[in-house]
Every structure is written in C-alpha cells, then in structure tokens.
Design a binder for this molecule. Structure first.
Ligand SMILES: [Zn+2]
Length: 264
C-alpha cells in the first residue's frame, strides 16, 4: 500500500511514499513548483479568472450542481492553451508527477455556452457523450505534451457510476491516467461504511491504481483509523490530507489498520 500526504507546503515529506501539493489551487493563483512532489493543478476551477472574465465561465442551469468554486468552460480554447502551457512548464521542473484536479464539469447541464452548443451540434454526438469526450480529450492533450516518464494522475468526483453528471468517463480517462485519486472526505468519519461502498465501486470499474484521499483535519483518531480500515482493502494507496503532523504521528496505527483490513 502506497501512503501519501497532501498539503499546502512545497516540501517533500520523507516518511511517506508520495507528497501532493497544490501548486495551482482553485483560487487560480499559482505558486512556485515543488520539487520531488506531485504538483496539483486545478484545471477548470479558477476563481480569479472566473471573476475577472465572466465570458469564460461555464454556463448551466445550476440543477444537480456540485461546486464550491468558479468553473471555466472546457471549450474556451485560449484557456485550454494557457493551461497546457502552464502544465508543460511545470513538467520541466523536478516534480515527481503532475496531478490534475477539477477536470470535470459542475453538473449535467454544463457547459451550455454558445461555444459548447456549437461544438456539440457539430460533433453529432449525444450531449452526455460529447461532454465526456470534451473532458477526456483535454486530458489526452495534456498527456501528449508531457514527457513519457512524467506520471500523470487525476482526481475524480466521488461518483463512480454516473459519467453524465460531471463528464467523467472512467474507461476513457484510464487510457491517460497513471493513477486516480478519489477524495472521500468527511468531517467526522463516524460511520464510514459508505467509504467502503464507494471504494469498492471504483475498484470494480478501474484497472489503473486507485488512491483514496482521507481528510485528517477534525475527525477523532479512532474514527480516522476506522476510515482507513474501511477503504484499505480496495485501494492501492491512501493519501492523508491537510494535517501532515497528525498523519505522521498516526503512521504506525494507520499501518496496523491496513493490516487489519487485509486479514478480515
Ligand atoms: Zn462552454
């Protein structure tokens, strides 16, 4: 089992197999690349740009929407180019990998802007397939400009069964991703049975490695360990988010919880 941490510090944490760092968060403001670390780039979540250039924002009815940030239209060509250039430059640094976050659309009606409507109609595809293809094609374009040896990983919204909601088709994304990271966040982890259900469902649908992200800031230690145990049998890796100190302190118990999950 690969163990990692995710934080906002541009520093590799030696006790873990991998460190993830948000080099370009949803704020849209990028920071210095972190060497030896998986640098996380928020793709279509960009608050700064969304507020400044509203014509680039994704358009939709709001129905079934799940988002906490400004979403940019995935067909905005200038933005796609800008993003690819940024990622290409990032890959030239001494990073351990490129990790893409916010790759999907905010809900089933997005993006209905005039750019997207035109491209969809020209495609001859169904709305659902066109949306998935738009997202997957972007990931493919990123993959094509990266060095072959540069690991590329993707965050997924934690819904393994409805590609039409966010335009995330696991089967087509798999061809470009070296591994997937699924955030299964909870503020308490009091009843983590749902984590087992989701991790198992992703496991059944993915052939590439599955990493599950666990939120460390808040839940009690025993509940965090119960969360680890709930998903460990289905995951290839676990990533502990936003409390590196606690993650390090709990490492022996975390390893024990993983062992327990394997022997159940
Ligand atoms: Zn659009």
């Amino acid at each position: 089992m690969d163990l990692g941490v995710l934080n906002n510090h541009a520093k590799k944490i030696d006790d873990f197999d991998r460190t993830f760092y948000q080099v370009k968060p949803v704020s849209g403001i990028s920071k210095e690349p972190a060497p030896g670390v998986h640098n996380i780039v928020s793709c279509f979540g960009n608050n700064e740009l969304g507020k400044k250039e509203t014509e680039l924002c994704a358009v939709g009815s709001g129905e079934g929407e799940q988002r906490l940030w400004q979403c940019i239209c995935p067909s905005a060509e200038s933005y796609r180019q800008e993003l690819k250039e940024y990622i290409l430059n990032l890959s030239k640094q001494e990073v351990a990998g490129i990790h893409l976050d916010c790759i999907g659309l905010p809900g089933p009606s997005y993006c209905s802007c005039s750019r997207c409507q035109k491209l969809w109609q020209e495609s001859g595809l169904t709305w659902e397939i066109w949306r998935c293809k738009t997202v997957t094609d972007f990931i493919g374009e990123v993959k094509s400009i990266l060095p072959d040896t540069m690991p590329l990983s993707l965050s997924l919204y934690p819904d393994p069964v409805h590609p039409e909601r966010f335009g995330l088709d696991l089967k087509s994304l798999e061809q470009y991703a070296d591994f997937f990271l699924v955030p299964l966040y909870d503020m308490t982890y009091k009843s983590p049975y749902w984590m087992e259900v989701l991790a198992n469902a992703f496991r059944r649908r993915l052939t590439k490695p599955l990493y599950v992200e666990i939120y460390m800031k808040g839940p009690k230690e025993k509940d965090l360990l119960a969360a680890v145990q709930a998903v460990a049998a289905h995951a290839d890796g676990l990533v502990f988010a936003y409390d590196t100190k606690l993650s390090r302190e709990l490492l022996p118990q975390i390893k024990m919880a993983i062992e327990n999950a394997r022997t159940l």
